[in-house]
Ligand binder design. Structure first.
Ligand code: GLN
Length: 493
């Protein structure tokens, strides 16, 4: 029998429907693969019983001749930023350790309703702040990839690094991610998988631990464009519980997949040619243009003049929102409570927050509080909001000349764990190509393109007009078909 853990979402769904194997067989195989991969540290908790129960429900529904959902029989990993009823939800922080929600996030509920099951809660950067998965309270996540001839542990990217590591290692066919400023796309690029951040508002944020609410978006991470289209369809949709949720129908992205790009224009933003970008990445960008041309698209140069201000603006806006969102962790309502002997309420707040938040989270809270303070609000926060509007306007203008934008996802390939910790600013540069689309709320996807000279994956990024996930997926499919990316990490875990 085929090794079921090598299959992706579509193949599992179709195989279960056709009766080639049962959902229980699939869940059992992945549960075993997860149990065997503790060395990756991709999961904070595993939930094999959840996966089995969902699988049994699917097998019973099939036996009863019922219609099966879009994700029927597919066991997935759930980023530990989504509240899951009865299952610890930590955002990889100490402050939420032991917090067991009594409700389910809208996105995870939709996935269960579509027939998916849960293998476990995936590790991440603490409160989704980071680009390497080294800020988790529960330890670093290792990428399954290693440089040729080396056994140095490599970063799976972040913040959705548990998700990228698990999907690349084939211990999960797909996983949820969230992207505030690149956290789906950068880890996808680092690990040779696909990930799409939809238009802001497509996926409900209800029940997702908040980082920067005007930027946070959920999305799927999987090994093919088709799998992302299927899973995004199951995750998206209007939710009255999220005030910024889009009141729009969810298109059938899978059915409309089409890699024939004749009549489409692909924009190449000149400002994305930045110093410090690896030559192999610039080469793969050239290759990407050639692939899209081959698919029938016309390649045009476009300009996004405010690109260089996007990252600084993001690192004002995101921490500002984070400082406000994280004020709720006070030792009263959730998780950790540190109440030193004989101390008062203020002492409890201070002690709980000092013990419960990691350094990177504290850094963001400090920056955010500073830029929102009365004396500096206009100089930083108001300015950053203006820059955000200009970045969004750049894209509007560019999309008068093209239908989709092609760019690198990241300036470099994955790096060894521990190698970037000295200077937080260098770490922030990882998202220089990802952040502009986040500020503008646009759909954006990373698709694996090639392997660099060290044997590490590189991704290409596609950015689309608002609500045009289809255009992004279609261009992604055209790249996927031509890249023929079949490289897999060699198992060492
Ligand atoms: N790496 C970026 C940050 O640290 C983006 C994180 C994210 O998208 N959640 O803020």
């Amino acid at each position: 029998m085929t090794d079921l853990t090598q299959l992706g979402v579509k193949d599992i769904r179709d195989g279960v429907r056709a009766g080639d194997f049962t959902a229980r067989e699939v869940a059992t195989s992945f549960n075993a693969a997860v149990a065997d991969a503790a060395a990756l540290n991709a999961f904070i908790v595993t939930t094999p019983d959840h996966a089995l129960a969902a699988a049994d429900a699917v097998d019973a529904a099939r036996a009863a001749g019922e219609q099966l959902g879009a994700m029927a029989g597919v066991p997935i990993g759930m980023k530990d930023l989504f509240a899951t009823n009865g299952v610890q939800t930590t955002a990889a922080s100490h402050i939420l350790e032991g917090f067991t929600p009594r409700y389910e996030s809208t996105v995870s509920q939709k996935l269960w309703d579509a027939g998916a099951g849960m293998l476990g809660k995936l590790n991440l950067d603490q409160f989704a702040m980071g680009s390497s998965n080294e800020t988790s309270y529960f330890g670093n996540v290792s990428s399954p990839w290693r440089k040729d001839g080396s056994n140095q542990p490599m970063s799976p990217g972040g913040s959705s690094g548990g998700s990228s590591s698990a999907v690349a290692a084939r211990i999960a066919p797909a996983a949820t991610g969230t992207d505030t400023g690149g956290s789906i796309r950068q880890p996808a690029a680092f690990t040779g998988i696909c990930g799409i951040k939809p238009t802001y508002g497509r996926c409900s944020r209800w029940g997702v631990v908040a980082f920067a609410s005007s930027l946070d978006q959920a999305g799927p991470m999987a090994r093919s464009v088709e799998d992302c289209a299927i899973m995004l369809g199951a995750m998206a949709g209007f939710d009255p519980k999220d005030a910024t949720s889009l009141q729009m129908d969810v298109p059938d992205w899978e059915a409309a997949l089409n890699s024939d790009l004749r009549g489409k224009k692909v924009g190449i933003p000149r400002e994305y040619r930045m110093e410090g970008t690896d030559q192999a990445i610039l080469d793969s960008w050239e290759q990407g243009k050639a692939w899209l041309k081959d698919a029938g698209a016309e390649i045009v140069d476009v300009s996004l003049p405010h690109t260089k201000y996007a990252l600084p603006a993001y690192y004002i806006i995101a921490p500002a929102e984070a400082s406000s969102n994280l004020a709720r962790y006070d030792g009263v309502r959730y998780g950790l409570r540190d109440l030193p002997d004989g101390s008062g309420l203020q002492d409890m707040y201070a002690a709980t927050r000092a013990a419960g938040f990691g350094d990177e989270v504290k850094r963001r809270i400090l920056i955010g509080t500073y830029v929102l303070s009365a004396g500096f609000y206009d100089a930083y926060y108001t300015q950053a909001q203006k820059v955000r509007a200009l970045v969004a306007r750049d894209f509007e203008r560019a999309f008068e000349q093209c239908d989709v934008i092609l760019a690198p996802t990241t300036p470099t390939a994955s790096f060894p764990l521990g190698s970037m910790n000295e200077d937080p600013l260098t770490m922030y540069l990882n998202d220089v190509f990802a952040v502009p689309a986040s500020l503008a709320g646009l759909p954006a996807m990373s698709v694996p393109a090639t392997i660099n000279e060290h044997g590490l994956p590189l991704g290409l990024q596609l950015v689309g007009r608002p609500f045009d996930e289809q255009g992004v997926l279609n261009a992604g499919l055209a790249i996927q078909q031509r890249a023929g990316f079949t490289a897999k990490p060699e198992k060492w875990w």
